[in-house]
Ligand binder design. Structure first.
Ligand code: MN
Length: 257
């Protein structure tokens, strides 16, 4: 399976410094992981990044990443480029984001891990009706207003904890006819008791079993063609617990050759 390491934390505005070490930490755990009962076989390529130069990093990601593949971040701003690369290869693609945060703040000049989704929509490569947020629980009023205005589907962590299987069914129905599907997993969608090593932990998150129940169904869809996993910070991961869990998620996101 093709895996791209994207060791970039420049979009976290200094707030998740250390997550550029995420790809190496996740890959170091990958030998323990299996996919559909087989050991995971990984062809890893590291994408050139430039720590304070977002446009150069964006161009590098766009020119390097091919699908189907899984990208390892890095902060969530990399999804501006990984999904843009995906949507260039698969127009009108759907995007499902597992994240405590909606990442829909006002646009700035550059995509950051707080606004990259808003910028993807402004850029025209993500249609609001092709976006689904899962596990959200830390809303800014501006983000709530924007989601309502654009009719974006969002399932808060509370809803998922109460009605998981019904929501999985709804989401599958909603995305299965899109031309292609990309999954973006911010590790902070999970409860901090399970995945503590991240820049913006939020209480009340999904349990491992909830996330894996979604991934098992979504990754079996024929249009599933790409994914990323972001915001794992090895500097906060004293026992490597979060990287190990992230590696297990990569095993779930893996593609069969
Ligand atoms: Mn987040």
């Amino acid at each position: 399976m093709r895996v791209y390491s994207i060791p970039f934390s420049g979009g976290s505005m200094g707030k998740n410094q250390g997550c550029e070490l995420g790809p190496a930490a996740i890959l170091s755990q990958a030998s323990e992981v299996s996919h559909l009962g087989k050991p995971l076989s990984i062809q890893n390529q590291t994408v050139n990044v430039f720590s304070s130069d977002f446009p150069a990093t964006q161009l590098s990601i766009l020119n390097t990443v091919q699908f189907p593949s899984v990208c390892l971040g890095g902060d969530h701003s990399i999804t501006f480029s990984t999904f843009k690369a995906f949507a260039t290869q698969h127009p009108e693609a759907a995007l499902i984001v597992f994240d405590a945060h909606p990442d829909l703040m006002q646009e700035f000049d550059i995509p950051t891990h707080e606004n990259y989704l808003r910028m993807l929509i402004a850029d025209g490569c993500l249609l609001p009706e092709r976006l689904v947020l899962i596990g959200t629980r830390a809303w800014d009023p501006e983000e709530l207003r924007f989601v309502k205005e654009k009719g974006i589907k969002a399932y808060n962590a509370d809803d998922v904890l109460a009605n998981r299987d019904k929501i999985i069914h709804e989401v599958l129905h909603y995305v299965q006819n899109a031309p292609a599907l990309f999954l973006s997993v911010d590790i902070d969608n999970l409860d901090p008791s399970l995945a503590p090593a991240t820049g913006y932990p939020e209480e009340g998150g999904l349990k491992n079993a909830d996330l894996f129940a979604f991934l098992e169904k979504l990754c079996a869809l024929e249009n599933y063609q790409g994914a990323d996993i972001v915001e794992v910070n090895p500097q906060l991961d004293s026992q490597g617990k979060t990287a190990k869990l992230a590696a297990k998620i990569v095993g779930e996101l893996a593609f069969t050759e």
